[in-house]
Design a protein around this ligand. Structure first.
Ligand code: C5P
Length: 397
């Protein structure tokens, strides 16, 4: 996710500029703020109106636009973003960048910026393979510029070979990777969180007291270490973490489907309090009170999502972590549970009435792994999350 990241997107003049419209959309979907700059040639391929409509803000085009200078000077504009992306980067723009030209807004911004720059080249295959372009490419790489693509394939001009601009989602992945830092950078971690709601009828459901606080704290702690976190959550009390991909579900069956769709991952942490049972066939209409007769409900067992993932064989995350909420004989039950479910680690906690753990702000963990059990002191759920995230980072690197 790119929440609160700002990208200065320079759109050069090539037929691939149409893909940059989709790139703006994809970046904004992920929470990025996109400031668009359209070169004179770029404006021959896409209109300033479509660019600014998709970006949700003004498009900058001219170096000598006095209004822009009054509002924001070109130097400030060049440094206002976290990342400068040039897509499509034409042969001409690459040449200007390599030689340090500053004769229009885009090249001036690129020369003045002190933020990292990423380019997605797009041009005819002969232009790409020309020694001049290849020389410029080497210079740009040497200057620390990240180059995404180009891809090989058929081109708008009818020729075939390298020169197609990378697809918008490939560029997004490159941008996300550029922002990731920390020991878990480049690692994808799945976290489940919250309770599940199992419907009885359209207005009633079976639930539990999980607030989602521990799972949310874990997702944030992993993201803080640079992980690419996908967060699958039931209807929790606490808001989902910012800056991570959030998938909302209601029932255990929906959670299982969402988890399967989110894999592969390097590690998976199952902090959700998944309901063990669901009503076998939830009523389609509200069940009515009928003169003292009690409704009869048949239950069905929910799939154990943690066990399914821990035992999936090919494609299993390298590290699978579960929780065990117990009310008695915590270590014995949790140790047996680790083996039975096939996960690597279990964070066991005593959720007896009076501990204040379920729905509370603190947790009292016994960390169970292959080698035995380790008592963690009672601490805030955020502190548990950080300790666990550090352990995960150590195990994956
Ligand atoms: O068996 P128990 O519910 O105590 O196991 C708890 C662990 O298993 C937690 O990590 C929970 O997220 C996970 N679990 C699951 N799917 C279920 C039941 C539990 O992923 N149906």
């Amino acid at each position: 996710m790119l929440a609160s990241k700002s990208v200065l997107l320079i759109i050069g003049g090539g037929i691939a500029a149409f893909k940059s419209l989709d790139l703006i959309r994809r970046l904004r979907e992920r929470g990025a703020d996109v400031t668009p700059v359209l070169t004179r040639a770029g404006a021959e391929f896409v209109t300033p109106l479509s660019v600014s409509a998709l970006a949700g803000r003004k498009v900058f085009q001219d170096l000598f636009d006095l209004t822009d200078e009054a509002e924001m000077g070109h130097i400030e504009l060049s440094r206002s973003a976290d990342l400068v992306v040039v897509a499509p980067a034409t042969a001409d723009l690459m040449a200007k960048m390599a030689q340090g030209f500053a004769n229009d807004l885009a090249s001036t911004l690129l020369l003045a910026t002190d933020t990292p720059v990423m380019i997605a080249p797009a041009m005819n295959v002969r232009m790409w393979e020309h020694p001049a372009t290849q020389r410029n490419l080497e210079i740009l790489r040497g200057d620390g510029i990240t180059v995404l693509g180009p891809n090989e394939g058929g081109m708008a001009c009818g020729e075939y070979g390298p020169g197609r601009m990378a697809e918008p989602l490939e560029i997004v992945a490159g941008i996300e990777a550029a922002f990731a830092s920390g020991p878990l950078a480049g690692k994808r971690v799945l976290v489940t969180s919250g309770p599940t709601h199992e419907p009885i009828d359209p207005v009633r459901y079976i639930a539990n007291r999980s607030s989602g606080a521990q799972g949310t704290a874990i997702a944030l702690a992993l993201a803080a270490l640079g992980a690419d976190v996908v967060f699958v959550t039931g209807p929790a009390d606490v808001p989902p973490p910012e800056g991570v991909e959030v998938i909302r579900v209601e029932t255990a069956l929906e959670m299982k489907a969402a988890v399967e769709a989110a894999l592969p991952a390097d590690a998976a942490v199952f902090a959700a309090a998944v309901a063990d049972w669901r009503v076998a066939s939830a009523a389609s209409g509200k069940i009515k009170k009928t003169g003292g007769a009690l409704p009869q409900m048949e239950f069905a067992e929910n799939p154990d999502i943690l066990a399914c993932v821990a035992q999936m064989g090919a494609g299993r995350p390298k590290l699978v972590v579960g929780f065990a909420a117990e009310t008695d004989d915590v270590i014995a039950h949790a140790t047996a549970k680790r083996v039975r479910k096939g996960c690597d680690w279990i964070l066991a906690n005593d959720v007896s009435v009076g501990t204040g753990i379920m729905g509370g702000t603190e947790n009292d963990i016994t960390f169970i792994h292959e080698g035995g059990a380790e008592d963690w002191p009672r601490m805030a759920k955020e502190a548990v999350a950080h300790k666990l995230a550090e352990r995960i980072a150590a195990a994956l690197t």
